[in-house]
Design a protein. Structure first.
Length: 255
């Protein structure tokens, strides 16, 4: 497949996926979300180049997904070191690893066929990256300040996510259809205010996109200034977010 066709297909697919629920996002809305539009194009352009080259190899999409997951672990370890050069490497890895996320799906559409297992594996790889980022951020803050509280917060966040992860897998694989039907029935009954709060907690300060990139930028500035500025605030936010999500899920599954 020609490079220009791969690139065109990638833009067309991303535009279609992002325009549909739950994203409802116009990737050409430069005025409303200039950074997101720019980051999307960064991902699409690089992933298109990678797929053009990979289509001539025996590398499969799931292998790229494993690299995507592994990059999250490597990035976390780099952030956790008390070495500026490795921390900068970790920042670059976390900023750029989204390209692997775009490459595996695009390669599957170009050369193979997208599978259910591939989609689940992709989500798992994203979770691995989240674990790696929290691990790296917690140890980065501890190494910078010597405050053991950051280690306790980091461990608490990871435990909360691990416990919730079991519920996620249970519902995602075994009872996904049942849960979807239930959510459709309860959609009209849900208070709009609480729906907004849930969306804000889930998407407002997550482990993806603009939030992580903002933290990475702050970390880079802190390395230059040689003092903590704002990155520690996000660890507290992630901790309270984790508590709210964990107990919210317990409440949701109480029946």
């Amino acid at each position: 497949m020609k490079y220009k066709d791969i690139r065109k297909s990638s833009y067309k697919n991303e535009k279609k996926v992002l325009a549909a629920p739950p994203h409802n996002f116009n990737m050409n809305n430069w005025l409303g979300s200039p950074y997101t539009c720019l980051k999307l194009r960064f991902c699409i352009e690089l992933s298109s180049i990678f797929v053009y080259l990979l289509q001539f190899t025996k590398i499969k999409p799931n292998q790229i997904t494993y690299i995507y997951a592994f990059s999250g672990l490597v990035g976390g370890v780099c952030l956790a070191t008390n070495n500026s050069s490795f921390i900068i490497l970790g920042i670059i890895i976390f900023f750029s690893k989204i390209v692997f996320d775009g490459t595996d799906g695009l390669l599957a559409r170009v050369k193979y066929k997208p599978t259910r297992f591939g989609a689940i594996l992709d989500e798992w790889a994203g979770l691995v990256g989240e674990y790696g980022f929290i691990f790296g951020l917690g140890l980065y803050l501890y190494n910078f300040s010597g405050n053991i509280l950051y280690l306790y917060l980091m461990i608490s966040i990871l435990i909360l996510k691990s416990i919730d992860f079991k519920n996620y897998i249970y519902n995602r694989i075994l009872f996904k259809k049942k849960q979807l039907n239930k959510s459709v029935k309860n959609k009209d009954k849900e208070n709009k205010f609480f729906s907004f709060i849930k969306k804000f907690i889930r998407d407002g300060f997550n482990y993806q996109g603009k939030t992580v990139d903002l933290i990475l930028l702050i970390m880079l500035i802190e390395l230059i200034q040689k003092k903590l500025i704002l990155s520690q605030i996000f660890l507290y936010i992630y901790f309270f977010r984790g508590l709210l999500i964990f107990f919210g899920h317990l409440f949701s599954y109480r029946k």
